[in-house]
Design a protein around this ligand. Structure first.
Ligand code: GAP
Length: 459
């Protein structure tokens, strides 16, 4: 993990948020390479969940919502984690996670009483991560919703408008608008990538648990009780999506929840083998009619669906997939991280699938101080950029150093322009060297063939 965190910063993937002010816990920025990787992941997700599906619609709902939304959803009352405070230094711990760290099965869905009973048995084994003392208060439920004073001009902040605790609520609020404007037939789905904020007690493990993150959600609206087959199909689709982008199957596994959050009837996680063990990347939830029933009750608006053929009226059930983009990003980075020996030297590389690699190809002149090589290489670069925008130019250092740098970024192809490209060996005129990241192998190809290789790898 330290290697990934360091590479991520050194190579412009992820920076600690507000770093020059000492940072802000649980907040990270995606740097120039990170934002490209993130956008590629989002694009691949959108492609699979909107364009490749029939009857799926995209949405981008406003982040702020009427505060009643979070009452209806159950978040103001039930969206909490168990917090205890160190009596010595006042550091706060998340009790279920600390119990988990010493091998005691606990989670945030336990009641306060259940959790305190377990905590009391094991409190002598749990040391404060800051001062090392083992003297904590009892665990109490701490609500994770983040408040704002949007539109509140009183000084008391009497009526907080919450930041979204989960992005998917926007989909439920626009369900009626989508039905009215798009006339979809059930089953239909809505996909959205949106921000979520949680007052996490102990943000940790880099991008894994942050206080600000993005969630990519799909909500499939189905007929009541027609959940079994559709649920299995969704689970399979999501699993296959990770494999299609190069995650190694042995690093994934399914975990069914034995305790369910307040809205779910069944819940499964796709877990990734993080350095600390298998842990959740994506949740697949059967939310039944909970959400629409609650919003109908609290808003007073009829959210029944009317079958256009039979006239039958019902509240649709909802099957959800929800993944944090930062967690997904971290899983893809960890999975791509490799160290090997190439040409007698140890090297580090990121074996990203070309589809998600932040830089698809890097163009270089063999020598930086030969104007005719640089001019030709610039021509190749400009020409390729029209077809593949995510390409880099690199003429710093010797060619070996450039290759190593691109390996660390995960660039699948490097293109080098040399004197043969200019015609020094007449039969090689207008050919270039194409170097492959994973093997370090090099081929001599025409630029048309190089373009085809790259576009084929991205298809
Ligand atoms: N709408 C359902 C929902 O929000 P969740 O299991 O709380 O369910 C879904 O969150 C996904 O969001 C998780 O699987 C995880 O990938 C991501 N996620 C949740 N909390 C997070 C956090 N504090 N930091 C980063 N990602 C988080």
């Amino acid at each position: 993990m330290e290697k990934i965190v360091s590479l991520a910063k050194r190579r412009g993937f992820v920076f600690p948020g507000s770093e020059i002010y000492g940072g802000l816990a649980g907040i990270y920025d995606f740097g120039p390479r990170g934002v490209e990787l993130l956008n590629n992941l989002k694009k691949a997700w959108w492609d699979a969940n909107v364009y490749q599906k029939e009857n799926f619609f995209g949405l981008d709902s406003g982040m702020f919502k009427n505060p009643r939304v979070w009452e209806a959803s159950g978040h103001t009352a039930g969206f909490s984690d168990p917090l205890a405070e160190c009596r010595n230094c006042h550091a706060r711990i998340r009790v279920d996670k600390e119990l988990g760290n010493i091998g005691v099965a606990a989670d945030e869905k336990m009641s306060e009483e259940e959790l305190n009973a377990l905590f009391d048995v094991h409190r002598a084994e749990i040391a404060c991560p800051v001062c090392g003392k083992k003297d904590f208060t009892a665990a109490r439920s701490f609500n994770l919703l983040v408040k704002s004073n949007l539109g509140d001009f009183t000084s008391e902040g009497a009526e907080p408008v919450y930041l979204p605790g989960e992005a998917c609520q926007g989909i439920y609020l626009d369900y009626k608008n989508i039905v009215d404007s798009m006339s979809p037939k059930i089953p239909f789905g809505v996909a959205q990538i949106g921000k979520a904020f949680r007052n996490e007690i102990s943000p940790r493990n880099f991008l894994f648990r942050t206080r600000e993150f993005e969630q990519a959600d799909t909500q499939l609206f189905i007929k009541p009780n027609e959940n079994k087959e559709a649920f299995e199909k969704i689970k399979q689709d999501r699993w296959n999506w990770y494999l299609s982008l190069g995650i190694r199957e042995e690093n994934l596994h399914w975990k069914q929840h034995d305790r369910l959050v307040f809205y779910a009837k069944d819940a499964w996680d796709i877990e990734y083998k993080f350095p600390w063990g298998f842990d959740e990347v994506e949740g697949v939830h059967d939310r039944t009619d909970y959400d629409l029933t609650q919003h109908m009750k609290f808003s007073g608006v009829d959210l029944n669906y009317t079958d256009p053929e039979t006239g039958e009226k019902y509240i649709p059930w909802i099957l959800e997939t929800s993944v944090g983009m930062g967690r997904m990003f971290l899983a893809f980075m960890l999975d791509a991280y490799r160290e090997d020996d190439l040409g007698g030297e140890t090297r580090t590389y990121l074996a990203f699938s070309p589809k998600i690699a932040p830089v698809k190809a890097c163009v270089s002149p063999l020598l930086k101080n030969k104007p005719e090589l640089v001019a030709k290489a610039r021509e190749v670069y400009q020409d390729l950029k029209k077809v593949v925008p995510q390409i880099a130019w690199d003429d710093n250092g010797n060619i070996g150093k450039r290759y190593r740098r691109q390996d660390e970024i995960g660039t699948p192809f490097c293109i080098t322009i040399d004197f043969d490209t200019l015609g020094e060996t007449p039969e090689l005129k207008d050919t270039v060297t194409l170097r492959h990241r994973d093997t370090g192998e090099q081929e001599r190809l025409s630029m048309n063939d190089v373009k085809k290789r790259i576009t084929d790898a991205l298809a």
